[in-house]
Structures are given as structure tokens and as C-alpha cells.
Write a protein that binds this ligand. Structure first.
Ligand code: AMP
Ligand code: MG
Length: 494
């Protein structure tokens, strides 16, 4: 097994021409200490979990000690932020160390928060402990939920002060992904009228990650269709688990369809389709209900950027119309059927799913608890026993008559399938998580970590790595927000 010193680096991105990035080392972080590490992420790059305990581990992932074979660089990209063209952005606080070879496409290792780069604009190149813990925990939680995402290897902290709304301390989160290329990486070259670089980047993505696109009449059209389908599949999964990204700018959209750039994200507690998890998003552009259409908007921006390689606007539009909405709708319905315990697709399912969201919205039911508890109910129940049997769900409801009416429809729909209860209940528990990274859980772990106690971060990581399992030791993490968390707000500041 490789050690820190023998990781097999093979840095494909660094072999692209220099126009795509700037080579520069991370800025050292004073007196770094390990806050948390993910053994599952370490395994992805073949790193022995014992390496985590070495002092060199924190030094390496603070950016203080270069790993042999790494070639640090910051990549350039541009993008649309909140619907407005923002021009050049780029890795303002991220250093790509290189790519560790693995079966398949390999894993790029990136330090986030390791100092300024030519793309930092007026910012300090740092990340704070709070946002680094949030990104670390959510990356690993999403992976365990089976949702495509960049991964997180570790968080390293330091007592170096960093100014945000208040003074905080610095940290570096180490991320892993096959690639961190964004929609905005393509928009960058299109906006500068540089078709050669645009094509080079598209060829890089196709050759390394989507070789099947080469067989198409127009490989770039095939790439756009692939990105559209993956983005649709990704956002369907976000909606089904109640995840809100918070900043779906095109520079935060992965060309591989991964969840990328965790900032002011949130998981739905009491359901509200209009919920805005990002305190800085005044108009709710990225609210829960808007996410699917924003995905579409962002794909138009990508399609427009790829136009020089694909053809006329009508061609781009045709590709997106064929790929995005149909994939989203099919995936979303499949996911919701599974959440509701329905094994087969039947006419009327769309209406039933709409009625389900209506129920959630009217009663502001806790999204995670609702589906999890539903999974424990029997398909048939004696009328006299019904209030007691349905109590787990009825206890969540304000309007119990409305819930009872919905349950009657649900049971009739289950009756049409006749699947044994035990089989259906097990299937539901395997898709409806008991544990998600609610804001209050992240906040509690951050508060403990600020006080020097990292065990809560570790506990949350352990719990969320098995989100579908009953874990009596972590029952507390299944709870909706406690009173102290009522006013928690997360913003773009990270
Ligand atoms: P984000 O909203 O985090 O996706 O960041 C948007 C852009 O701002 C990206 O180019 C980031 O690299 C850059 N950026 C955000 N925070 C910082 C920071 N503290 N220092 C340097 N660049 C930053
Ligand atoms: Mg970003």
C-alpha cells in the first residue's frame, strides 16, 4: 500500500498547456493540526489508514510539505454567478496537487484554503474551520447516500486568524475527484473567443472520462448530452433527499455531474419547497423548488459555450430538450416511487407524488422523518388499531385527518402491488435515510471543534457514513432542529 511518500502521481491535467492554469505551491499554514480524516476517502487513493496518524499527514494536507510527485497548480475558469456573467474566476483558494493513479480515471487531490493564487481577486485564499468541516462532512455524507459528489480526505486546522463577518481560524479541506472541471471552465474559453483551447478542454474530458462520446457523429454534442443527463440525474437525487446546494453558479457545476463546492448548502428539515438555504440568496434563485430549472439554465450556458464545437443554437436546444427534462422526470419519479415503497410504475403516480409534496408542504412535515417513518408502517391495518399503528407518522402531523386521507390513498396504491410488507419496508429503509447532515448537526460539531474537541466531527462522520442503518448510539442525530438551532443561517461567507 502506498504511503504519503509513495502515492503514484500521474498528473494529466498538468500536461495540458499552461493557458489552463498557473503552477504555484500552496502557502504554508502555521502549526497545522488534524481535525478529521475520512478512512473511506483515504482508501480511494489507496492510502493506508495508518498514514492518517503520522504528523506528516497534517503537514502534507496543510500544504506545508509537498508530496513527492505532486505538481501544484491553480486552474482558471469563469462563470455565471446568480444569473449574471461574472467573467474570470478560477481557483482562488484551491491548489490541485495532482492526480493519484487508480483503477479507472484516478483521483485528483486538491487543497482548498491553502493560500492565494492569481485568481484570488481581492480575497485571502483561505477557508475557515467552519466551512471546511461542513464541506468535509457533507462530501462524505453525500457519497454514503449514493449521490455523485467530490470526496473529502481530511480537514487540517490552524490557529491562524481569518477575517469573515467575525474573526475565525483557518483550515484546509482536502478534496478528491476524478476532475474538478466546471461548466465555467468551458465558458472561460468561449467568452475569450479561443476555440482551440475550448476544443482541447473538451477533448481532454472526452478522452479521459467519456470515451464513448468519440463514437458519436459529433463527440462534443454527445458530451453535452452526457453532461445534461448526468446533471439531471444528480439534481433528481438532490430533490429526493432534500438537499439544497445553495450556490448553483455555473462555476460550481461539475462537468462530470458531481456535487461540487459545498458552501451554504442545506438539507430540508420542515418541508417548504420555497426554502432558501443560502442567506445571501435574496431572491431565492437557488431555492429547493428552483434547483431543477436552474440546472437547465446552467446547461444552456454550457451549451452556448460549446456552440463553436457543436453548431447552431437550435442544435444545442434540441440536445438539451432531449436529454435534460426527460432524464430528470424519469429519475425523479423512480426515486419517489422507491421512497414511497412502490415497486411498479402505474398511471396516476405523478398525481400521487404531487399530492405527497402537497401534504409535506401544507403541514411542513420533516422531510427525512416523514419518509423514514412511513417505511415502518404496514400496508394493511385494522381500522380500530389504525391510530396506534400510524402514530409514528401521525405524531408529526398538525392536520391528522389530512394525513389519514393521504395514508388511505397510499395503502390503496400499495394494495395494487401486493408486495410483502417486510420486503417493501426493507426496500424503503434502504432508500430513505434516517440520518442526513442537518444544519444543526454540522453546527454542533463545528462548535465543539472550535473548542478543540474534534470527537463530535468524528461521530457525525461515522454516523453519516451509514445513513440508512439504525444506529442507536447516534439516535440524537436523527432529530429535527432543536430550539437553539432555530435561527441558524448560512451564507456565502466561507
Ligand atoms: P465560491 O462562491 O466559493 O464558489 O467562489 C467563487 C469564486 O471566488 C471562486 O473563484 C473562488 O475561488 C473565489 N473565492 C471564494 N472565496 C475565496 C477566498 N477566501 N480567497 C480567494 N478566492 C476565493
Ligand atoms: Mg466555487
Amino acid at each position: 500500500m502506498p504511503t504519503l511518500e509513495t502515492l503514484p502521481f500521474d498528473n494529466a491535467f498538468a500536461r495540458l498547456p499552461e493557458a489552463f492554469y498557473t503552477r504555484l505551491p500552496p502557502a504554508p499554514l502555521p502549526d497545522p493540526y488534524l481535525v478529521a480524516a475520512s478512512p473511506a476517502a483515504a482508501a480511494l487513493i489507496g492510502l493506508d489508514a495508518a498514514e492518517i496518524a503520522r504528523p506528516e499527514f497534517a503537514q502534507a494536507f496543510a500544504g506545508n510539505r509537498l508530496l513527492p510527485g505532486s505538481e501544484p497548480l491553480a486552474a482558471v475558469y469563469s462563470g455565471h454567478q446568480f444569473g449574471v456573467w461574472a467573467g474570470q474566476l478560477g481557483d482562488g483558494r484551491a491548489h490541485l496537487l495532482g492526480e493519484v493513479a487508480a483503477a479507472g480515471s484516478g483521483w485528483e487531490i486538491q487543497l482548498k484554503g491553502a493560500g492565494q493564487t492569481p485568481y484570488s481577486r481581492f480575497a485571502d485564499g483561505r477557508a475557515v474551520l467552519r466551512s471546511s468541516i461542513r464541506e468535509f462532512l457533507c462530501s462524505e455524507a453525500m457519497a454514503a447516500l449514493g449521490i455523485p459528489t467530490t470526496r473529502a480526505l481530511c480537514v487540517v486546522g490552524s490557529n491562524a486568524p481569518v477575517r469573515r463577518e467575525m474573526m475565525e481560524t483557518a483550515a484546509v479541506v482536502t478534496r478528491l475527484a476524478p476532475s474538478f472541471i466546471r461548466f465555467g471552465s468551458f465558458e472561460h474559453w468561449a467568452s475569450r473567443n479561443r476555440p482551440d483551447e475550448l476544443r482541447q478542454l473538451a477533448d481532454y474530458v472526452i478522452d479521459r472520462f467519456r470515451p464513448a462520446c468519440r463514437d458519436a457523429a459529433n463527440p462534443y454534442a454527445a458530451l453535452l448530452a452526457d453532461v445534461a443527463r448526468r446533471t439531471a440525474a444528480l439534481i433528481a437525487r438532490w430533490q429526493a433527499v432534500g438537499f439544497m446546494h445553495g450556490v448553483m453558479n455555473t462555476d460550481n457545476m461539475s462537468i462530470l455531474g458531481l456535487t461540487l463546492d459545498y458552501g451554504p448548502f442545506g438539507f430540508m428539515d420542515a418541508f417548504d419547497a420555497g426554502h432558501i438555504c443560502n442567506h445571501s440568496d435574496d431572491h431565492g434563485r437557488y431555492s429547493y423548488r428552483s434547483q431543477p430549472q436552474i440546472g437547465h439554465w446552467n446547461l444552456y450556458a454550457l451549451g452556448h459555450a460549446l456552440a463553436a464545437l457543436i453548431g447552431e443554437p437550435e442544435d444545442i436546444q434540441a440536445i438539451l430538450e432531449e436529454s435534460y427534462a426527460p432524464t430528470f422526470e424519469a429519475d425523479f419519479m423512480d426515486l419517489l416511487r422507491a421512497k414511497l415503497g412502490l415497486a411498479r410504475a402505474l398511471p396516476g403516480d405523478e398525481d400521487f407524488v404531487a399530492d405527497t409534496f402537497d401534504l409535506l408542504q401544507r403541514q411542513h412535515l420533516d422531510f427525512t422523518q416523514f419518509f423514514r417513518r412511513l417505511g415502518s408502517l404496514p400496508a394493511a391495518v385494522d381500522e380500530a388499531l389504525r391510530p396506534a399503528v400510524d402514530a409514528p407518522l401521525r405524531d408529526l402531523a398538525i392536520d391528522r385527518d389530512a394525513l389519514d386521507a393521504w395514508l388511505a390513498v397510499w395503502r390503496a396504491r400499495l394494495g395494487a402491488e401486493g408486495r410483502p410488507d417486510a420486503e417493501r419496508q426493507a426496500a424503503m429503509q434502504s432508500v430513505n435515510p434516517k440520518y442526513v447532515l442537518r444544519n444543526w448537526i454540522a453546527e454542533a460539531a463545528i462548535r465543539a471543534a472550535r473548542g478543540g474537541n474534534f470527537s463530535e466531527v468524528e461521530a457525525v462522520l461515522a454516523c453519516l457514513s451509514q445513513p440508512f442503518a439504525e444506529q442507536p448510539a447516534f439516535e440524537r442525530f436523527a432529530a429535527p432542529p432543536p430550539d437553539w438551532a432555530a435561527g441558524l443561517a448560512v451564507s456565502c461567507s466561507s
